[in-house]
Design a protein around this ligand. Sequence first.
Ligand code: C5P
Length: 398
Amino acid sequence: MKRVLLIIGGGIAAYKTLELIRALRKRGLAVRCILTRAGKEFVTPLALSSLSGDKVYEDLFSLTDEAEMGHIELSRDADLLVVAPATADLLAKMASGAANDLASTALLATDKPILAAPAMNVRMWLHAATQRNFSRLEGDGVRFVGPGEGEMACGEFGPGRMAEPVEIADAIEAMLGVVTKGKPLTGRRVVVTSGPTLEPIDPVRFLSNRSSGRQGHAIAAAAAAAGAEVVLVSGPVSIPDPAGVRTVHVEAAVEMLAAVEAALPCDIAVFCAAVADWRVEPAWQKIKKGTSAPTLALIENPDILATIGHHSRRPRLVIGFAAETEKMLDHARAKLARKGCDMIVANDVGGEAGVMGGERNTVHLVTANGVEDWPTLDKAEVARRLVERMAALIEGSR
Ligand code: C5P
């Protein structure tokens, strides 16, 4: 994972760095912040550390900071240093080589590339001193994004507005040489259940179903290809683990539930597994064939989807499946509400459809807004389209 050291100067545009941090993390980059004393007047260390998921560094002479990580290490540990907002004062310090606080010291001590996003009043930006510093820094190899023209917080109009967070994030990606375009789930964590569950009756016998795991495995693979960090919780299947995915193998439904809960928190959970509705209390020894057939006392299994759909750590997007043989859409709609999910992917497994174990699938997406019928598609194509839909839903759910 590439690491960005973000140095936040004191200007009103500092609030935009919160959005920038989110954008960078979404693109799979790690962000660590240095906040200048002036920057602290505009954004709080708590907001920055909550979004970056890391400690915020402020004070050059903080002994604990130095014990944990010196300022030299701080700047060298990153792949790129970003100064945003780069105030007139920070640019002046950088241009002259001043090192009188943590931000300027880190900038002087680094051997990594630097990107600056200037933000200041129009007059300050156009001032000969700032323009001189700008040219000197360009000559030193510092790269710039912005400033843009437009109305400014101070009421004036002209160059000096900090570039928008997406522009800065694009410039950062370009400098780091990482391409995440076409990977709409970068930075997202996705949990997928797949396959059947296997409920032991005794050491040699079990209850199970015909699920092959093909659809769930294809979704896990498609989510990984879209840049997500994927945990696949799979019941026993005969197909291989998808590449680029962490696969957790389980057998019984109770184990599947435990594995899913252990994989939380996540952004998206997709419940594709055909979980056995019932289990039995397994016998320790093989049940002997006797004169009369034994009766199996069925115990209801936990509903994994419903548990996670109503969980205190519920993922933002919860998707269930519904394998039905009759009244498919009515049942799917009822399930949507009962199980607390955002979408049910309904498929008809009755008749000659051959969905269970087959290569193709005909699905209907049921949400609170209605039903969308998809044509019969290869399971991998269903997975790709579902992942696209997931990315759009999670983007729009903020
Ligand atoms: O109620 P039904 O079994 O038809 O619901 C299907 C959906 O619920 C699927 O998404 C399936 O993975 C999930 N499910 C579950 N745990 C169960 C039963 C079903 O997660 N015990």
